[in-house]
Design a protein around this ligand. Structure first.
Ligand code: MTE
Length: 310
């Protein structure tokens, strides 16, 4: 299924690291990106190495190869086929980029993406990634706990939910000219879910900044929930009092709940959730409750009916 074509090779695969680094120095040295084209250099911001620290978050399963992680994607801003984000996401400009954190907090702030990366130690976290469409991967993300960022802005006692808003710019994201989704793509979590240590803001994978198609420069990763909760290319994180509107729930609330915790016992109305196709693997895997993270999150849902499609 995932046959690797020459066109799928990233520039990094075919460029030696030294040349690659010199290009980055050149491109970050104050020379307009536009001039890169004149010199035969790529217009796109390319993956840059990240300084990362190991973490205790890992799984005892083989990693999904990088070309599959960044070649088989859901990112409707760049098309609805799995190979379209990798082909089309070159128009996204992940630098400069600002993330606003506002709402019910004592210290609302705007953060430059590179300042964020410097401020919080970037951990490697290997998580299972389970899409609601019943495919899955194992991905070595690089990022920091969302809780660290939220603590920096000091949520007030009134804050009960967190909403995530992603980039709205049909020039950079041509799929936004189609009405697949009420744009911008938005997601949300309950505050206690957002503060759970597993909840990650990812800025990279496989030790390098995120490929555009994976949600550059910053995206949410909530490993016990279906993948659509993981909003890509976030520009705003707001602390709010009421449950926020979320894109797939707005499209079809019966099929895509606000909670959407991975649950093999509750089928999607149109397909089974009991097992999953692990990308790159011949055999299907049994889907685990909360995607295998039940011990760390089941306490968040005490008293809630887990038989429903959350
Ligand atoms: N974020 C935005 N902005 N747009 C999207 O279409 N798709 C979601 C989620 N985040 C999506 C998004 C879905 S359905 C999934 S499964 C994951 O991103 C896919 O992430 P991946 O392509 O990095 O595997």
């Amino acid at each position: 299924m995932l046959i690797r074509h020459a066109a799928d090779l990233s520039e990094n695969d075919v460029t030696d690291q030294g040349l690659y680094r010199r290009r980055r120095e050149f491109m970050t040295g104050g020379i307009a990106m536009g001039s890169a084209g004149l010199l035969g250099l790529p217009e796109l911001a390319r993956a840059a190495p990240l300084t990362t620290v190991k973490s205790a978050y890992t799984v005892d399963e083989p990693l999904t190869p990088k070309d599959a992680v960044s070649g088989y994607n859901n990112f409707y801003e760049f098309g609805t086929d799995k190979d379209e984000p990798a082909k089309n996401a070159g128009s996204l400009k992940p630098r400069p980029w600002t993330v606003v954190v506002d709402g019910l907090c004592a210290k609302p702030q705007r953060f430059d993406i590179d300042a964020l990366i410097k401020r919080f130690p970037i951990e490697e976290r290997i998580y299972r990634h389970r899409c609601v469409e019943a495919w899955s991967m194992v991905i070595p993300w690089n990022g920091f706990a969302l809780a660290a960022l939220l603590n920096a802005v000091q949520p007030t006692a009134k804050a009960k939910f967190v909403s995530f808003t992603t980039l709205l710019d049909p020039k950079q994201m041509p799929g936004q000219n189609e009405n697949y989704v009420p744009w911008p793509y938005r997601e949300g979590l309950r505050l206690d879910e957002a503060m759970n240590p597993l909840t990650l803001l990812a800025v990279g994978l496989y030790g390098e900044t995120l490929p555009n198609q994976n949600g550059a420069p910053i995206r949410l990763v909530v490993p016990w929930k279906y993948g659509f909760k993981g909003a890509k290319s976030i520009v705003k994180i707001s602390l709010v009092e009421n449950q926020p509107q979320t894109s797939w729930n707005m499209i079809n609330a019966r099929e895509y709940g606000f909670y959407s915790n991975v649950n093999p016992a509750v089928d999607h109305p149109r397909w089974s959730q009991a097992s999953e196709r692990r990308i790159g693997d011949f055999f299907r895997h049994k889907t685990l409750p909360f995607n295998g993270y039940a011990d760390q999150v089941v306490k968040l849902y005490t008293g809630m009916d887990l038989k429903r499609f959350y």
